[in-house]
Design a protein around this ligand. Structure first.
Ligand code: URP
Ligand code: ZN
Ligand code: ZN
Length: 464
């Protein structure tokens, strides 16, 4: 007779976004079959979780693996990036497929699928990136939604890369997607003003070094863009999701918009919570930290933590876009030429567990909500992902709450030769990670395989 369960994670404290309880989690095939006390082993493989935390796999809805950008290609590819994800307890990532200028959105999607398919070690999805809002793009949105892509990023910067959307494109896309339950994801920075400020600090390049990157992007550069995007969302009735929000002002604007009933959500990232712009002052290493939007000030860290607790900021993701020190060296002393981006998927959950939960900014259930359940709901993955419940995918992590380590890039799975968190003491690395029922991390080591990850089609209309 076939056994009832394949695996039982036994005796741990199960934390979902909603509750905590001591229970066994039983898995059959790729799904969670049952959560209950004292399940009979009956031939199942047992993972002993006594004294451990058992959580749903985390979902990083913002990564850029092997992205051609800033004259190079981000160094974590779909293989190393998703190994790193698994080691950090992330069982689903969402990357981006850029619209092909000649062939269109769907062609861009197919190309990105082909790049990812054979390499990914955990499950994945794709957002579209709209760089030209045309009639063809609008028609393709419907086809993309049917293929499981209900979310579209638009950039208010990166004119020289040819990625920037102007006000007309953003307004039209918000209006059009409203009727399909699709979301517009916005990178909100005000490029024209930014260019004025860059021009100003370029003249002082020798004096300011990498700190020029921070000086040329004061908070209002993001806040002004958020304000505009919110206004168009309010007028069109569309749905806006602000990616990588970095400022306290952004949180204030989202709070006010939400109170008026605007459909707006915001994401922030560990770098905007744990780091501050002092990092750019290091004359040797300051340029390594350059990312867009850039890391802000301690008061922004505090306001964003508060926003996460109070609901103005709904999700945490990483914007992983890894560049090695060799790639970062391409800047040659010119802050405009730094490859922009940071590694992060592997340290997302440990950073939030360490500096959020352990520092009592919020409890572990809320941290699960921010890093797993809310991303799954907003991005159309719930309840398949982001839940620990019978019928959901068996994406589960097991953590020893006492285990901690000093971050050392040499011990991480990312192929980056530095870490923004080097030397920080972090808790929360999973001892075991399961993705759709398969153990992909055992005793903190990656034991999964390249190509195991599956594309997960997502549904439109995700709300909180
Ligand atoms: O600097 C960053 N964040 N690089 C990735 C591209 C983006 O803007 O998200
Ligand atoms: Zn961006
Ligand atoms: Zn990004």
């Amino acid at each position: 007779m076939a056994r009832q369960f394949d695996t039982i994670i036994k005796g741990g404290t199960v934390h979902t976004g909603a509750e905590s309880k001591v229970a066994d989690v039983a898995i059959k095939g790729e799904k969670i079959a049952k959560i209950a006390k004292n399940l009979s082993p009956d031939g199942a493989t047992i993972i002993d979780a006594a004294g451990k935390l058992v959580l749903p796999g985390m979902i990083d809805v913002h990564v850029h693996l092997q992205l051609p950008f800033c004259g190079t290609v981000s160094s974590d590819d779909f293989e190393s990036g998703t190994r790193a994800a698994a080691r950090g307890g992330v069982t689903t990532v969402i990357d981006y497929a850029t619209q092909d200028k000649e062939k269109g959105m769907y062609a861009g999607f197919e190309r990105r699928m082909a790049e990812a398919r054979d390499k990914v070690a955990v499950d994945y999805g794709l957002h579209g990136i709209v760089i030209q809002w045309t009639d063809q793009a609008a028609a393709e949105v419907k086809k993309m939604i049917d293929a499981g892509v209900p979310t579209y990023k638009m950039f208010m910067i990166y004119e020289k890369e040819g990625w920037q959307s102007d006000d007309a494109a953003m307004y039209a896309a918000l209006e059009y997607t409203r009727d399909f339950g699709a979301k517009i994801l916005v990178h909100a920075e005000s490029e024209r003003v930014l260019n004025v400020l860059i021009g100003r600090y370029v003249k002082e390049m020798d004096k300011v070094g990498a700190y020029g990157h921070a000086l040329s992007r004061p908070n209002f550069v993001e806040a002004e863009a958020i304000q505009r995007a919110i206004m168009w969302t309010e007028q069109t009735g569309g749905t806006l999701y602000i990616v990588h929000m970095s400022t306290g002002e952004g949180a204030d604007l989202v709070k006010a918009a939400k109170s008026r009933g605007v459909h707006v959500y915001a994401e922030t990232c560990p770098q905007y919570l744990v780091l501050n712009d002092e990092v750019f002052k290091d004359r040797e290493k300051g340029h390594w930290y350059a990312t867009c939007p850039q890391i802000k000030k301690k008061k922004d860290n505090e306001r964003l933590w508060k926003g996460l607790k109070n609901g103005e900021v709904s999700t945490i993701a990483t914007d992983t876009c890894t560049f090695t020190t060799k790639q970062k060296a391409m800047w040659g002393g010119d802050f405009r030429r730094i490859p922009f981006g940071l590694p992060g998927v592997e340290t997302m959950w440990p950073a939030i567990y360490t500096f959020g939960v352990r520092k009592k900014k919020f409890d572990v259930n809320h941290a699960v909500t921010l890093c797993s359940t809310n991303p799954a709901k907003l991005m159309g993955l719930h309840p398949r992902k982001g839940a620990l419940a019978a019928g959901s995918d068996a994406d589960v992590i097991v953590i020893d709450p006492k285990a901690h380590k000093k971050i050392d890039y040499k011990e991480l799975a990312t192929n980056c030769d530095w870490s923004p968190y080097q030397g920080m003491d972090m808790y929360g690395f999973p001892e075991t990670t399961l993705c759709r029922g398969a153990v992909v991390v055992r005793d903190h080591q990656f034991v999964g395989r390249r190509g195991y990850g599956r594309f997960i089609p997502r549904k439109p209309g995700g709300k909180l």
